[in-house]
Write a protein that binds this ligand. Sequence first.
Ligand code: 13P
Ligand code: SF4
Length: 346
Amino acid sequence: MNDDAAKIKHRLGSSVVIPAHHYELDEIVELADFLGDSYKLAVDCSKTRAEYIVFGGVSFMAEGAALLAGPDQKVLIPDPQAGCPMAQMITAPRAKAVHEHLSSCCDRQIIPIVYMNSHADMKAFCGVHGGTVCTSSNASKIVKRFLDEDKSVFFSPDFNLGINTANDLGIPRHEVVTVRRDGTLEGDDPSSARLFLWDGFCHVHKTFTLDDITRLRSSHPDIQIIVHPECEEAVVTASDYAGSTAMIYNTVKDAAPGTTWGIGTEYRFVARMAQTFSDKTIIPLRESICHDMSRITLEKLTTSLRSIETFTRGEGPLIHQVTVPEALKKDATTALQRMIDIVEEA
Ligand code: 13P
Ligand code: SF4
C-alpha cells in the first residue's frame, strides 16, 4: 500500500503536494512534502503552486489551506471525520452574542481573535469584526498587537492558550475575565478587562499534570521540560519551555547530544522524535494521543491520491474535496491573511 501511494504520488508529479502536521502517523509523515505546525502548514500551502493539496491533518487545517488556495487549486482531506473537538466548542452565532454582550460592558473596543483550531464561520466572524486568527506559534504577538492599540481581546476557543499567552505578556490576572460556555463571566471587572477568554480546551493536552513533571524531574534531575501551550497553566509554568509543535521539534533537534527532554504534547509525535533524535533521551510526560490526527491513514491517503488520477482522466470524482461556503470565504480569508501579515512584518 505504501508503495501504491508513493507510486501514484510520483506519477502525479508536481501537480500534487502533501502537507502533514507533526501529529500525523509515521506513514503519512514519510510521504509528506512539508511537515510543520499549523502556522507553517498554512503558509506553505498558501505558497504552493500544486493543483492538488492532499492534507495530512485535521479538518480545520485543511479548511485553512482551502481558504488560502488559489481559484485553480483543490484541497482534499483523506478523512473528513478527522476533526478537532476544541474547534466544536464555539460557533459564530454564540461568539457574536457573547461579543455583543462583552462590548456592552467593556470600556474598550473588543477585538475577536480565534485560534486556528476553529471552523471557517469563526474565522469569518473575526474577519468581519477587525480581528484575526492566531496559532500557538504567534498568539502572543497577535494579542499584543491589539492590546498595544488600547483594545481588549476576546480570545477563543482555547482557554489554556489564552491564559498562557496572558502570562507570557504579563497581563495582570485582574485584567483577565473567563467566559464560561454557559455565558457566565468569571473575573474582577469586565469593564476594565483586557482579555476575555472562552473556556474551550484540548482533551489531549489537558491530561498532562504537574505531578507528571514532578515525577520526571525527580527521576531525571537534568531533564528539561517542554510542553505545548494548550497544556494547563500550572503545567506550562512548571516547564522550562512552551511552544508550538514546530518550536518543540526544533528545540529538541537543536539540543546538545546527551541531553534529556520531558515532552508534554501528542504522544506519537514525541515517540517519533525519540526515534529521530536518538542521541538525546526523550520521555513523554504521558502517552496522550490525538485520535483525530490518526484518522488519516495511508490507506485513506492512497484513496485520495487515486481519486486525483481518475479525476484528471475524467473517470471519477475527487474524493473528500474541502470547500468553504462562499458566504464565509472572503471574511475568513481576511482574518487568516491578517495573521500572516502581522507575523511576517519586520
Ligand atoms: P501547532 O500549531 O502547535 O502545530 O498546534 C496544533 C494543534 O492542534 C496542537 O494540538
Ligand atoms: Fe485538536 Fe487537541 Fe488534536 Fe490538536 S491535539 S487537533 S487541539 S484535539
